[in-house]
Structures are given as structure tokens and as C-alpha cells.
Design a protein around this ligand. Structure first.
Ligand SMILES: *Cc1c(COP(=O)(O)O)cnc(C)c1O
Ligand SMILES: [Zn+2]
Length: 412
């Protein structure tokens, strides 16, 4: 029995369900569920001081805010409590008062998705399942494969054939059953849904399983604690299916409702120009419609977002700022982050690209404080990293040639 959880509420029709791990969609209308908490109870259990004294240095330090109990088998891999940096030189270059980087590429499988996958494994175990499946643009896949391997579970993973090699290599090393689908992410998702139906595997598809967002929300809890509960004006994040931004907002609201923070930041929702169905919907004040998946940021190349309602809600409720960036701007942001010692994959740098653009276009004021979440590591996609940063100086092992080369490049 989870004392902190009241129910699982359908965000479409409002029907309430008992929050058990086997119920992952609304029994009435098939809609997406949201885990509803007893904030009074949580408030009675936790405060800033208690948290500060806590030894647990993973996402599970926020147990009171998560849909688990003391008996839940958590803690396989060390997920969460990723680094949080102030980036003063980057702030100066971008022309903003304060800029902070939350580097979620520093997770066991190198993306923010580990927060959701760690939760998925716990929930699969509670549901009595030993096989978990998902479809993914790549990172949900590799993170599920890693977290499931650590728990001794079998996985079936569906990825579109365009998934970068680094991510596919992770899948193979973690021992997943990998199905590389010759088609778009949309095709991949549909095939996985049919297979999951047919074989009854535990479904880690992020939009379908409401517990995953609960895992992802821990990024917000960490940001708050790492900022000593003084919230920034804005938090920037890249958006694909919409579960990450939904989780970020849920975490912030949970903290606000339980009195841990006294103001809510606005969310900067960043998508790629070539694939921005959710931002477009906000900007044009129209229902969202599918788009082509036309960006090199593969993790957010999602033409048919699977969690649109929670994402749109997060942007609207937070009085958010939608920003679309080009592939060139994403590559440039990879170099910007690199100049601060942070290596991001394209979708991981997209939030920062959005911050830069939002400042340049006056969408956010120069005296603001901003946290930019880096959602995945650059090692996942070295081809695009080389595209961003170029090739090194290649030379024979000869000092004179080195001197010539330096001279002609104006070095030394
Ligand atoms: C999945 C992912 C996102 C976007 O998350 P959604 O829940 O799909 O919106 C952003 N960046 C990276 C690196 C990701 O893997
Ligand atoms: Zn419903």
C-alpha cells in the first residue's frame, strides 16, 4: 500500500483508478493516467532538513514523492543526482544574468531516460513481470536495456533504423532483443504496441505508462534541492514525446503543493524547427497535428508525440515559452556546452540552443536566471558531435610539420 498515492486519474475523462502497477491506461476511455498524490501526507513526512540529512544519493532519495513503498526493490543502477553547475562564462556569452546546467548525460546509460527506466523496472517487478518492452527513438531503449539488465529482466526493444550507432551499441551490450524497424518512429511505436499486446510484456512506452513520468520528475526535485530551494525564473528542456517536460512540471508542482518551494519557474519548451508539433500548437493556438521528423536531433524527432496533453499542459500552466531551433543552432549549442566542459548529444543541447535563441529574440529578459537541462550525453552520437566540432589537425609525427601547421593556422 502506497500511503502517499491516492489514485491514478485519467487526464481525458477524469476516471479514478486504484494505482496498481498493472493498470497503465484508463479502463474507461483508454486515456493516459496521472498519479495523484496526497500532498498533506507528503508534507507531514518530509521537509528540507530531513532531506538534507539523507544519505541516499540517487533519485530514490525522494521516496516520499514517488509511487513506491519501503518494500519496493529500488536501487539497481545509480540513477539520478546528476551534476548541477553554474555556468558564468556561458551566461556572459549568451547575455543572461545566471545560467545553470543540469547534466543528465551523467547517468548510468547516459541520458535522463534512466529516471523513467529505473521506475519501469521497479513497477514491472511489482506487477510480477520479467519481460519489459518499449519502442524508442534510442535513449529510452538503451536505458531500459541497461536498467533491466541490472535487475535480471529480459527486454524487447523496438528502435527506428535511424537510431545512432552509440545507442544501438548500448542495446546490444546490455543484451536486449533488438528490433530495428525500417520506418519512422511512428511506425516503430505502432509495431511495438502490437507486439506488446500480443505477448503481454510489461509496457515501458512512456506515454502509456504513467509511472515513467514519476521517475522523470525527479530531475525537478534535484534541481530544486541543488539550488537550495531558490527556484530559477526559467527551466529549459527539449521536447519530443512530451513525457520529459510533463515530468519536469509535475515535479515542480509536487514541490510547490507540499511547500518545499514558494514559486514555480516558467518552462522554456524547445523543439527542432523541422519537427515541432507541440510548440507549433502552442504558438498557433491550434490543436496539435503531426509533422515530419526532420531534424538531426534524433531523440526529439517525434512527429506524432505520444504524450501531447501533459506536455501542452506543462507549457500552458507554467506560462511557458515555446522556442524552435534549427539543426545549425543545435550543433552550435553542442559547442557552446562543450566550451563549459559538458558533452551533449544534439537533443541534449537543444534546450541550451533554445535559451540562446530566447535571449537573442527577447523572449526572456537578460536579468533572468535560467536552468538548462542537458538530457543526453554526446558520446551517444559521435557522428553529429564531429559535425558540430569538426575534425582535428592530422599530421605526420614530425616537429617541423607541426610548426608549419601551427604557423599556417595562427596557433602558437
Ligand atoms: C527522450 C529525450 C528527450 C525528450 O523527451 P520526451 O519525453 O520524448 O519529450 C530529450 N532529449 C533526450 C536526449 C532524450 O533522450
Ligand atoms: Zn479515461
Amino acid at each position: 500500500m502506497m500511503k502517499n498515492v491516492i489514485s491514478a486519474v485519467c487526464i481525458k475523462c477524469g476516471a479514478e483508478h486504484e494505482a496498481v502497477p498493472t493498470v497503465t491506461t484508463c479502463k474507461k476511455c483508454g486515456g493516459i493516467l496521472d498519479i495523484k498524490y496526497d500532498y498533506r501526507y507528503i508534507r507531514s513526512q518530509i521537509d528540507r532538513k530531513k532531506l538534507a540529512d539523507r544519505k541516499e544519493n540517487t533519485m530514490w532519495r525522494y521516496m516520499e514523492y514517488l509511487p513506491v513503498t519501503g518494500e519496493s526493490k529500488v536501487n539497481k543502477l545509480r540513477v539520478g543526482m546528476s551534476p548541477f553547475y553554474e555556468a558564468p562564462r556561458l551566461a556572459e556569452r549568451l547575455g543572461i544574468r545566471k545560467l545553470y546546467i543540469k547534466d543528465d548525460g551523467i547517468n548510468p546509460t547516459a541520458s535522463l531516460k534512466d529516471r523513467a527506466s529505473a521506475m519501469a523496472v521497479v513497477k514491472a517487478e511489482e506487477a510480477g513481470m520479467t519481460t519489459i518492452a518499449c519502442s524508442s527513438t534510442g535513449n529510452a531503449a538503451s536505458s531500459l536495456a541497461g536498467n533491466a539488465a541490472a535487475a535480471g529482466f529480459e527486454t524487447y526493444i523496438f528502435v527506428p533504423e535511424r537510431a545512432p550507432k552509440g545507442k544501438v551499441a548500448q542495446l546490444m551490450v546490455f543484451g536486449a532483443n533488438v528490433i530495428s524497424v525500417k520506418g519512422s518512429y511512428e511506425d516503430t511505436f505502432e509495431l511495438s504496441a502490437q507486439a506488446i499486446d500480443r505477448w503481454g510484456w510489461y509496457n515501458r512506452n512512456a506515454a502509456i505508462n504513467p509511472y515513467l513520468m514519476e521517475g522523470k520528475k525527479t530531475v525537478a526535485l534535484e534541481i530544486a534541492e541543488q539550488m537550495n530551494w531558490e527556484m530559477p525564473d526559467y527551466i529549459a528542456i527539449s521536447v519530443g514525446d512530451g513525457c520529459t517536460i510533463g515530468g519536469l512540471w509535475k515535479g515542480l508542482k509536487d514541490l510547490y503543493e507540499t511547500g518545499m518551494i514558494d514559486r514555480l519557474p516558467r518552462i522554456i519548451s524547445v523543439q527542432a524547427e523541422g519537427c515541432c508539433p507541440l510548440n507549433r500548437s502552442i504558438m498557433e493556438n491550434q490543436p496539435w497535428t503531426p509533422m515530419e521528423e526532420n531534424t538531426l536531433a534524433d531523440s526529439i524527432a517525434v512527429g506524432v508525440p505520444r504524450n501531447p496533453d501533459k506536455a501542452l499542459n506543462a507549457i500552458r500552466e507554467s506560462d511557458g515559452v515555446p522556442v524552435n531551433v534549427s539543426d545549425e543552432e543545435i550543433l552550435e549549442a553542442m559547442k557552446l556546452l562543450g566550451s563549459a566542459g559538458v558533452f551533449a548529444e544534439p537533443a541534449g543541447a537543444t534546450g541550451t540552443a533554445g535559451v540562446k535563441k530566447a535571449i537573442a529574440q527577447g523572449l526572456i529578459p537578460a536579468d533572468a536566471s535560467v536552468v538548462s537541462v542537458v538530457t543526453g550525453s554526446g558520446l551517444k552520437d559521435v557522428a553529429n558531435a564531429m559535425k558540430a566540432a569538426g575534425e582535428p589537425l592530422a599530421i605526420e609525427p614530425d616537429m617541423n610539420l607541426l610548426l608549419d601547421a601551427f604557423h599556417s593556422r595562427g596557433l602558437k
